[in-house]
Design a binder for this molecule. Structure first.
Ligand SMILES: NC(=O)c1ccc[n+]([C@@H]2O[C@H](COP(=O)([O-])OP(=O)(O)OC[C@H]3O[C@@H](n4cnc5c(N)ncnc54)[C@H](OP(=O)(O)O)[C@@H]3O)[C@@H](O)[C@H]2O)c1
Length: 279
């Protein structure tokens, strides 16, 4: 039995779909199992990563797991790692973050570093996926694109190689089901280096309408991140790191190709599949 946490989210949902399509037995963890609409045969399980008792039940009989955490990543990781170790789960794929390799210290990196350490400390064999920014982060543009044809960028306009959630899920599935060695750390990127403005141009082409492009002042984004995450000091550090030109995802890596045997998806494909979000 393979357990997927964060199973209703972007990466988890896609991994559940792929694993169940390949015929694997999948248990999908969500805080609202009654509302879940997983593929037929997938076993929804109620659980909250802040509630160790719920994790003990969710991990019963689990041989492998894909662990996707959100919010309090490090605290959740400690609970999940303890439950996996207690259940004798033989292999975990952990969705971490490329931010951990960033030269500027910041809260996102600290949280994911602590999460990786929690699994090492628990003695669970862990394959670590460290993706750079997701293609889906451009969903942040949807409201201003719909309302006034404007891409209002939050993370500056430095070049980087964003990655598709589909490819992250595929890497997780390959690590869980392939014959390759378990363990190791993989920095996942997409296939092409793009600035945000170049992504906006691709989106504009897909939508068939002109979009203006502007970069929001850093303090405006700090306010947004503070509203979303609740911690102003962390928001200041996170925005500075995301806007730094020294990002670890500045160049494409071969990791998606090596893990899945195929090239990662370009942004154009994500934009075409998600055009409806932008009106
Ligand atoms: N966005 C990026 O550019 C980027 C880059 C690198 C790494 N990451 C990392 O990717 C992870 C997020 O992945 P994602 O975008 O696929 O996730 P997501 O779409 O944000 O969904 C996460 C899921 O986690 C579940 N969840 C939230 N709190 C929970 C709790 N206390 N207990 C149990 N489940 C909980 C929610 O499901 P329910 O409501 O159904 O419970 C939610 O659907 C984060 O760790 C993030 O740091 C993101």
């Amino acid at each position: 039995m393979i357990l997927v946490t964060g199973a209703t989210g972007k990466v988890g949902r896609e991994a559940v779909r792929q694993l169940s399509g390949l015929g694997h037995r999948v248990r999908a963890l969500t805080r609202r199992p009654g509302q879940a609409d997983f593929p037929e045969g997938v076993e929804p399980v109620g659980g909250d990563v802040s509630d160790p008792a719920s994790l003990t039940a969710a991990f019963e009989g689990v041989t492998q797991a894909l662990v996707v955490l959100s919010g309090e990543v490090s605290a959740g990781a400690r609970n999940v790692a303890a439950a996996a170790a207690a259940a004798g789960t033989g292999h975990v794929v952990l969705l971490s973050s490329a931010s951990l390799e960033h030269p500027l210290p910041h809260a996102i990196a600290d949280e994911h570093r602590a999460a990786e350490e929690a699994f090492t400390a628990a003695g669970v064999t862990t394959t670590v996926l460290r993706p750079g920014p997701f293609h889906a982060n451009t969903t942040w543009w949807a409201e201003t694109v719909r309302e006034r044809g404007e891409v209002r960028d939050w993370i500056g306009n430095n070049p980087g190689a964003p990655v598709d959630e589909y490819d992250i899920a595929s890497c997780a599935v390959a690590a869980l089901t392939g014959a390759g060695p378990r363990g190791g750390t993989h920095l996942l990127t997409g296939p092409e280096v793009l600035t945000s403005e170049e992504q906006a141009r691709i989106l504009s082409g897909v939508l068939g309408r002109e979009l203006t492009f502007s970069v929001a002042p850093a303090m405006e984004v700090v306010e947004i991140f503070t509203r979303l995450g609740g911690d102003r000091a962390a928001a200041v550090g996170n925005v500075a790191a995301l806007r730094s030109p020294q990002v670890p995802w500045a160049r494409p890596t071969a990791a998606v190709q090596e893990l899945t045997g195929r090239a990662p998806r370009p942004y154009q494909e994500w934009a075409a599949a998600n055009a409806a979000l932008f009106g």
